[in-house]
Design a protein around this ligand. Sequence first.
Ligand code: GLC
Ligand code: MG
Length: 243
Amino acid sequence: MERSLVVSDVDGTLLGDEDGTRRFGEFIAEHRDSLKLVYASGRFFYSLVESIHEHHLPAPDAIICGVGSEIRDYPSGEIDKPWQRRVLQDFHAGDVRDALRSFPRLVDQPQACQSPGKVSYFLHGADATQLNALRKTLKFKGIHADIVYSSGRDLDIMPEGVNKGAATLHIAERLDISHNKIIVCGDSGNDLPMFRLGLHGIIVANAQPELVDYHRPGLFHATKPCADGVVQGLNYWLMEAVN
Ligand code: GLC
Ligand code: MG
């Protein structure tokens, strides 16, 4: 039987309710032989390693870090080099920062949240007009970048086409797993590119407003929050549809 690939966001999806996280761990332990597990987070590798230990999350096979800007194997931490080349081929974080200096409301996120493939700011309560103004400015300056906005607060400027969704497809190809065997799970804006791919999806009940109203065939809107919602969705997809 072909294995399934579960790709899940971490904060607000697998973490947020300790009992739910434990139940997720139990569920995965029962099904570990029949699936590959990947975490997809806005955070970077070592921060996630800490969370895995602290919250007893099941060991994944790989981690998509920094909103898709990096892919690393777990536990070795080995970087996926072809993906890294693709991410950095046409993106210069310094140029992005220079281009956006004229926006006084952008507040730099801490250094630990920045990388050569991801420039991140805090921007509270931005609306579509403000985000479009940023997009236009980047385009005008000849910068090929995408804007990812999450939770009414986090603004990530990413290399064009680089996101958690594209990283998911890259891993699936590497593992030779077909698209109808992939299940993606999340709670906020940086998870949207995974949900847009038309794969099986799980949106947890505590999702941010940008996801609550996102509907598409193939998306399971859990009625339970955080990791319990993921288990609910995995039961639905693994038991009823994917097999
Ligand atoms: C995580 C990252 C942050 C990013 C946010 C949304 O919190 O640490 O840099 O902006 O996810 O993608
Ligand atoms: Mg999240």
